[in-house]
Design a binder for this molecule. Structure first.
Ligand code: HEC
Ligand code: HEC
Ligand code: HEC
Ligand code: HEC
Length: 268
C-alpha cells in the first residue's frame, strides 16, 4: 500500500515535470493586439519600453509613411485581419512573401524553422521579458546582426541595412538616436555589434564582395594622397576602412588590384 502510494506520487510528479518541459503550443501573440500592445501601446501612439521617440509620436507612421520607412501596407496587413495584423504572416506583395512583422523583425533560418522572430525574442529575454523564451524553447541561436531580414533592401520598404552605420538611416527612423534594431538579441546595436565589422571590399554592405560594390569603389576614389570622396552608403572614414586595401590613407588605383582579388562574385 505504502509503495503504491509512493509510486502514485512519483507518477504525478513525473507528469507535472513532463507538462512543464513540453513546448507550449498556444501562441501568445498571434496578432499585435493580442498582447504586444500591453507593453508597446497602440501602434498609432508613441509608447515605447525602449524609450524610443517616434516621428509624430506614432509607430504606425514611422513604419508606413513615405517620409520614413515607407513600407507597403501588405508587408504587415492581411485583407481579412480586421486591422489587427498577424505577427508571422501577411498578404505580401508581388516582390515579397507575406511574413508579417517577422519579415523585418525576424530572419530566414531555413529548414523547419523558416522565417522566424528568433532575434526579436532574444532581445526581449535579454531585457527582462522572460515569457518569450519560456514558450519558444526550440529557437536556434540567433543569426548574427549583419544578416538582413527578408524584406530589407526590397522595393516595398526603405528598411535596408541591419548594420545601419551612422549617419545613415536605413534601419533607423526614430528621433534622437541613430540606432535601428538589435536583430540578434545580444543588446548590441548595428555598428556597435562586432558582427557588423566592415568586410574589406564590401562597399554596399550586402555581405559579399562583387560587381555591385564597384560603383561605390569608383566613386570613393579620391586619387593618390587625396581624401576619399564620401559615397553613399559610405562616409569618408568608411571608404578608408573598407576600400583602402594597402592602408596608405587614400583610395586609388593602388587599391583596385586588391579589390578585384577580394571578389567572391563574378568578374566582368
Ligand atoms: C511584457 C512586455 C512586452 C511584451 C508583451 C512585448 N514586448 Fe516588445 N519589448 C519589451 C521590452 C522591455 C523591450 C526592450 C526595451 C529595450 O530595448 O530597452 C521590447 C523591445 C521590442 C522591440 C525592439 C527590438 C529592438 O531590436 O530594439 C520590438 C520591435 C518589439 N519589442 C516588438 C514586440 C512584439 C511584436 C511583441 C508581441 C509579439 C512584443 N514586443 C511583446 C516589452 C514587451
Ligand atoms: C509595419 C506594419 C504595418 C504597416 C506597413 C502598415 N500597418 Fe496598418 N496597422 C499595423 C498595426 C500593428 C495595426 C494595429 C494597430 C493597433 O491596433 O494598435 C494597424 C492598424 C491599421 C488601421 C486601423 C486604424 C489604426 O490606425 O489603428 C488601419 C486603417 C491601417 N492599419 C491601415 C494601413 C494602411 C492603409 C497601410 C499602408 C499605407 C498600413 N496600415 C501599413 C501595422 C502596419
Ligand atoms: C504561450 C506561449 C508563447 C509565448 C509566451 C510567446 N510565444 Fe510567440 N509563438 C508561440 C507559438 C506556439 C507560435 C507559433 C508556432 C511557432 O512559430 O513557433 C508563436 C509564434 C510567434 C511569432 C511568429 C512566428 C515566428 O516563428 O516568429 C512571433 C513573431 C512570436 N511568436 C513572437 C513572440 C514574442 C516576441 C514573445 C515574447 C514577448 C512570444 N512570442 C511569446 C507561443 C508563444
Ligand atoms: C519593413 C520592415 C518592418 C516591418 C514589416 C515591421 N517593422 Fe517594426 N520596426 C522596423 C524597424 C527598422 C524598427 C526600428 C526603427 C527605429 O527605431 O528607428 C521598428 C520598430 C518597431 C517597434 C518599436 C520598438 C521600440 O520601442 O523602439 C515596434 C513596437 C515594432 N517595430 C513593431 C512591429 C510590428 C508589430 C510589426 C508587424 C505588424 C512590425 N513592427 C513590422 C521595421 C519593420
Amino acid at each position: 500500500m505504502r509503495s503504491r502510494l509512493r509510486l502514485g506520487g512519483m507518477t504525478i510528479l513525473g507528469i507535472g515535470l513532463w507538462a512543464i518541459l513540453q513546448p507550449d503550443t498556444t501562441q501568445a501573440y498571434p496578432r499585435y493586439r493580442d498582447g504586444c500592445h500591453t507593453c508597446h501601446g497602440r501602434f498609432s501612439d508613441g509608447t515605447s519600453p525602449k524609450g524610443t521617440v517616434f516621428p509624430g509620436d506614432d509607430k504606425h507612421r514611422m513604419h508606413r509613411s513615405a517620409t520614413y520607412m515607407n513600407s507597403d501596407c501588405d508587408l504587415c496587413h492581411t485583407s481579412t485581419d480586421d486591422r489587427n495584423p498577424w505577427t508571422g504572416s501577411s498578404d505580401g506583395t508581388a516582390n515579397n512573401v507575406g511574413y508579417g512583422c517577422t519579415g523585418c523583425h525576424g530572419r530566414d533560418y531555413g529548414g523547419n524553422t523558416g522565417v522566424s522572430g528568433v532575434g526579436l525574442r532574444a532581445h526581449h529575454t535579454v531585457n527582462g521579458v522572460p515569457d518569450c523564451a519560456m514558450c519558444h524553447i526550440d529557437d536556434p541561436l540567433p543569426l548574427p546582426e549583419n544578416v538582413a531580414p527578408p524584406y530589407y533592401g526590397t522595393v516595398d520598404t526603405n528598411a535596408n541595412d541591419p548594420c545601419n552605420l551612422a549617419p545613415e538611416f536605413w534601419e533607423n527612423w526614430s528621433i534622437g538616436d541613430t540606432i535601428g534594431l538589435d536583430n540578434d538579441g545580444d543588446d548590441l546595436y548595428d555598428e556597435a555589434d562586432p558582427d557588423c565589422a566592415p568586410v574589406a571590399g564590401d562597399a554596399n554592405g550586402d555581405g559579399v564582395v562583387d560587381l555591385d560594390d564597384y560603383p561605390v569603389f569608383a566613386d570613393c576614389m579620391g586619387g593618390p594622397s587625396q581624401s576619399p570622396i564620401p559615397t553613399p552608403p559610405l562616409t569618408t572614414q568608411e571608404c578608408l576602412d573598407i576600400l583602402d586595401f594597402d592602408g596608405d590613407l587614400d583610395v586609388d588605383e593602388g587599391d583596385y588590384g586588391e579589390f578585384l582579388t577580394a571578389f567572391s562574385g563574378y568578374l566582368p
